[in-house]
Design a protein around this ligand. Structure first.
Ligand code: HEC
Ligand code: HEC
Length: 301
């Protein structure tokens, strides 16, 4: 009898170790707070509190998380009341000299971390990454074009990037206030321009097509990063002597006139000039702006 008993126990033990499934809860010696009554956030039918049977409810339409309203267009988007790139600095940041000093100091550190690799420690456009495979060279912040660039445009460059990714967006790395801190640093320490812009400084505009407006657009829209006006080849062809000439493109020869200019700007990939990379970013310029550029190009013969 003894032998039989021992054998049975042995069998049962083995059977218990076969690794099959069981409905019973596992042996759980110390419970801590492992099992407790709760509702599963996304599981339907688990709640009798709410009519839709879910514990976690969608927020009512139009709900904004605390502190995330972002209604100040100047601060959050760099835009003025007309929706144009702002000339001003957000009032909240420029009040008080001590605050301004702290802002500039913070901006200096953030600049060295995020911008210096390309734009250079001295902000002269000569960072270690510049010249290493970047299609367009990063500009120097000491150039007149960047000195005259309104704050909102620089803010836009950091937030949205430049020219379809020639410079990437830094919105996810750099919080809003730090973007302004970097601008404050560039204005006060690098460019020695004051935080407040010169009175009367505005982004260029015109109500009729003129060559002067075209010349201003050439700079303001950053065409000068890739197109020279003195005949030298940059990323794209020079605008000097371009007007009226016959250009060889991927879809055959074409005469450079206003229609071709318009297509080049709005839809640059339609015809790519032979011998150049398809690297021209599209721009949403209106007819008045295109006509002004056309007049400007005609003056560059
Ligand atoms: C990875 C390299 C790189 C980094 C990092 C970088 N930039 Fe740029 N940036 C560029 C390049 C390249 C251009 C020129 C793009 C063009 O003209 O198409 C540019 C252009 C700009 C312009 C001119 C925009 C215009 O409309 O012409 C501004 C302003 C600017 N960068 C600000 C910044 C600031 C501020 C930082 C740091 C937060 C920064 N950049 C970080 C590469 C970089
Ligand atoms: C990032 C560099 C870059 C920028 C910025 C740029 N372009 Fe270009 N563009 C090119 C390249 C590269 C080509 C030649 C390849 C092609 O046709 O797409 C070109 C071609 C052109 C052509 C055709 C030229 C020819 O010889 O037939 C016109 C016109 C033109 N660009 C206008 C503009 C204007 C106007 C702007 C500013 C609003 C501008 N581009 C900004 C790179 C650029």
């Amino acid at each position: 009898m003894h032998k039989l008993g021992a054998g049975l126990v042995g069998l049962l033990v083995l059977a218990g170790c076969r690794g099959g499934e069981s409905d019973k809860p596992p042996v759980h010696l110390i419970h801590n707070m492992d099992t407790q009554e709760r509702g599963k956030a996304y599981r339907k039918d688990s709640s009798d509190v709410f009519p839709n049977g879910r514990f976690m409810q969608a927020p009512p339409e139009g709900t904004v998380a605390w502190g995330q309203l972002g209604e100040d267009d100047l601060f959050f988007r760099g835009l003025d009341a007309q929706g144009q790139p702002a000339v001003e600095f957000p009032a909240a940041l420029k009040d008080g000299d001590k605050a301004k000093e702290e802002l500039v100091a913070r901006g200096a550190i953030r600049y060295q971390i995020f911008c210096a690799p390309c734009h250079g420690e001295l902000a002269d456009g000569k960072g270690p990454v510049a010249g290493k495979g970047l299609l367009v060279p990063p500009p120097s912040f000491k150039d007149d074009r960047l000195k005259e660039m309104v704050n909102g445009k620089i803010y836009g460059a950091i937030t949205n990037g430049v020219n379809n990714g020639n410079m990437a967006s830094y919105a996810s790395q750099i919080p809003v206030e730090d973007r302004w801190a970097i601008i404050a640093y560039l204005r006060q320490d690098v460019q020695k321009t004051v935080l407040e812009p010169k009175p009367g400084a505005v982004a260029v505009a015109s109500d009729k097509p003129t060559a002067e407006y075209g010349a201003a657009l050439y700079k303001q829209e950053g065409c000068n990063a890739c197109h020279s006006i003195d005949g030298s080849k940059l990323v794209g062809p020079s605008f000097k002597g371009l007007w009226g000439k016959t250009e060889s493109t991927t879809t055959g020869d074409v005469k450079v006139d206003e229609a071709y200019l318009k297509e080049s700007v709005l839809n640059p990939m339609a015809k790519v000039v032979t011998g150049y990379p398809p690297a021209m970013p599209a721009r949403q310029l209106n007819d008045l702006q295109i006509s002004s550029l056309a007049l400007y190009f005609q003056s560059l013969q």
